[in-house]
Design a protein around this ligand. Structure first.
Ligand code: MTE
Ligand code: MO
Length: 262
């Protein structure tokens, strides 16, 4: 891992920062904020009734700011992929329909979020309450074509921060190193290393080129990540899991590189 210098402080000092943040985080549990995974849906319902700060319920804002510092300490060497003027965005061809059988009802859809305890079920509205991020980036298919697309959604990193998903879960809990995602029918599934999952251009997307996602392009919620080939940008996410073990990956099982970076 290459460590880059961070505004005048020596790398070793930055490491101390990370250590300190990590120690403090494990001491001061997020239970106090009612935001732990264990708080689950009840906690989330409570959150939605909190006063807003900049469009985000204030307890979320606080945890976001806190976890952003943590994420930055961890992932500070993230390089941003190029972005493009919004006018350059085109509709990508529909590519790949694994795990996207007909008969799917987006209205009945819920996102299952798993860490160590009980799964949490979220609606699309829950996800839309989180800070919205828009980006116009290149979708690159491993088959050799690419297209510039405008996407909107929630950074997976913000999602993880709000739901306290990247922290170890206390005594005996495994360290989170990966994120796994799969379609509701388990027909398509991808694994991401945590660094790529927490990259600021890895989004849980619900809009493409200013319109709600179509079913073909992954409605109601898909992943888009600029740091991997299109195979990792899974459409129609059903379950997302934060885990210590490398998740299975549809195309890795069929001979492609598990990391699929480009
Ligand atoms: N569920 C699901 N997601 C998927 C695929 C798939 O077959 N099933 N194909 C992937 C591939 S190979 C690419 S290039 C992109 C294409 O996204 P698009 O159809 O929105 O252009 O979706 C990715 N996500
Ligand atoms: Mo692809």
């Amino acid at each position: 891992m290459t460590r880059t210098r961070n505004r005048g402080s020596r790398p070793s000092e930055r490491d101390d920062d990370v250590e300190r943040i990590m120690r403090r985080t494990s001491r001061r549990s997020f239970f106090a904020l009612g935001l732990s995974a264990a708080a689950g849906l009840a906690g989330w319902e409570w959150l939605k009734t909190r006063p807003q700060e900049g469009g985000v319920p204030s307890p979320i804002r606080r945890v976001l700011e806190y976890n952003e510092r943590l994420a930055e300490a961890y992932f500070k060497e993230a390089r941003l992929s190029p972005t493009f003027p919004r006018e350059m965005a085109r509709e990508p061809r529909v590519n790949g329909a694994e795990g996207m059988a007909p008969g799917f009802d987006p209205a009945a859809w819920r996102l299952r979020v798993l860490r160590s305890s009980e799964p949490t079920l979220l609606t699309l509205d829950d996800i839309k309450q989180l800070p919205r991020t828009e980006m116009t980036t290149e979708l690159r298919c491993i088959e050799g074509w690419s297209v510039i697309v405008n996407w909107a959604g929630c950074r997976l990193r913000d999602f993880a921060a709000v739901h306290n998903l990247i922290r170890g879960g206390g005594e005996g809990a495994q360290d989170i190193r990966y994120v796994g995602l799969e379609t509701p029918d388990h027909g398509y599934y991808v694994g991401l290393d945590l660094r790529s999952a927490m990259h600021p251009q890895t989004l849980l997307c619900y809009e493409m080129n200013g319109e709600p996602l179509s079913l073909d392009h992954g409605a109601p919620l898909r992943l888009v990540t600029t740091v991997k080939y299109g195979i990792k940008s899974i459409k129609r996410i059903g379950t997302i899991v934060f885990t210590g073990e490398r998740p299975p990956d549809f195309w890795a099982e069929r001979g492609y590189d598990w990391y699929a970076g480009h």
